[in-house]
Design a protein. Structure first.
Length: 343
């Protein structure tokens, strides 16, 4: 840890502490020792055998350095405390910013954290009306994050990183993922925590590739047999499905985009052309296939509804959807490919 109490019960940062003085842990109140070296950042550590449920000793140099840099930057926004102890919830954010009557907790996350632990920390801050901002460290920035990991930290429709060696923030937004492709996103660098961008991420992938990749899965019998059998009983083939099924790029799905869009088309068919349905009735059937919290799921479902409306399949009317027309199934794969190439 890089913060402790001095003999006057005042917070003091390790890089300003004096070796000869005594300091104690703000959490357990036990005496700690100041460690200063030529390589590691100055920090406080508990004596061997001390049990402390609030503070841990496994902070990396990256975490210590980033936390100090961030604290210095955030002083322009309000009163800053490093590792402030919140006894009501037994939590200590890396940085706590007080702006008049509002408090903001900043968590600089450099190591792995489970979804359960992250949710617990968010719930704790929420119970105290404290806004929380999660900023990811260089380890997260350099590795290939999975959709599940990205959705875990997704907030304000973007991810925020801080790189201590560059003293810069990096942002990523507009995530999209089509089948058989890597994750795509827009990325930019900034000096400021709250600096945004007006740029948007373009979406471009080959529909024909999506069709042939799905065809290969069918040949290899890697498509759920229940789907194939259901369509066969309806006198349909999966590869004859409307082109709209292959245009999916929804991020954070637990199933492939083609499967997700097939379900949507079947739901609209069940409603019937020129009939209306409550948005929630459709949303509730689709959200179980999405990762993340309710905000993330609502955002992705909204994008799907907007796309359906843009293609004139539905019309959104308040809390209802009107099915204007249904996507057309094709008579053969060759006819489908010809139509795609004619677009």
């Amino acid at each position: 840890m890089i913060i402790a109490f001095d003999d006057k019960k005042q917070y003091i940062c390790a890089n300003r502490a004096i070796k000869s003085q005594k300091y104690c842990c703000p959490g357990c109140q036990e005496q700690v020792i100041l460690k200063v070296g030529d390589v590691n950042q100055p920090h406080f550590a508990h004596y061997s055998g001390t049990v402390c449920a609030t503070f841990t000793e496994n902070e990396t140099a990256q975490h210590l350095s980033g936390k100090l840099q961030l604290a210095e930057q955030f002083k322009k926004y309000g009163h800053v405390q490093i590792e402030a102890v919140l006894p009501e919830i037994n939590q200590r954010p890396d940085i706590l910013i007080t702006l008049k009557e509002r408090k903001v907790a900043v968590e600089y996350q450099c190591s792995p954290i489970s979804q359960k632990r992250l949710d617990e920390r968010n719930a704790g801050y929420s119970s105290q009306n404290i806004q929380v901002i999660w900023i990811l460290g260089q380890n997260y920035f350099e590795k290939s994050m999975t959709q599940k990991s990205i959705v875990k930290f997704w907030a304000q429709k973007k991810l925020t990183f801080y790189l201590p060696d560059k003293e810069r923030f990096v942002y990523r937004k507009d995530f999209w993922k089509c089948d058989f492709e890597r994750i795509h996103y827009l990325e930019w660098m900034s000096h400021s925590l709250f600096e945004g961008t007006t740029k948007t991420q373009g979406i471009n992938f080959k529909i024909e590739k999506q069709i042939y990749k799905l065809q290969n899965l069918l040949i290899q019998k890697r498509v759920d047999e229940k789907i194939v059998r259901y369509l066969y009983n309806k006198e349909r083939l999966l590869l004859h499905a409307p082109l709209w099924m292959h245009e999916g790029h929804t991020f954070g799905l637990t199933i492939p985009n083609w499967h997700f869009r097939l379900l949507i088309m079947l739901l609209l068919e069940r409603v019937g052309q020129e009939n209306m349905v409550k948005k929630d009735d459709i949303s509730n059937k689709l959200t179980k296939y999405l990762m993340g919290d309710d905000n993330f799921k609502h955002y992705q479902i909204t994008l799907i509804f907007n796309d359906l409306e843009k293609k004139h399949y539905i019309l959104q009317q308040g809390q209802h959807l009107l099915v204007r027309r249904l996507p057309n199934w094709h008579t053969s794969l060759s006819q489908k490919l010809c139509k795609m190439r004619d677009k």
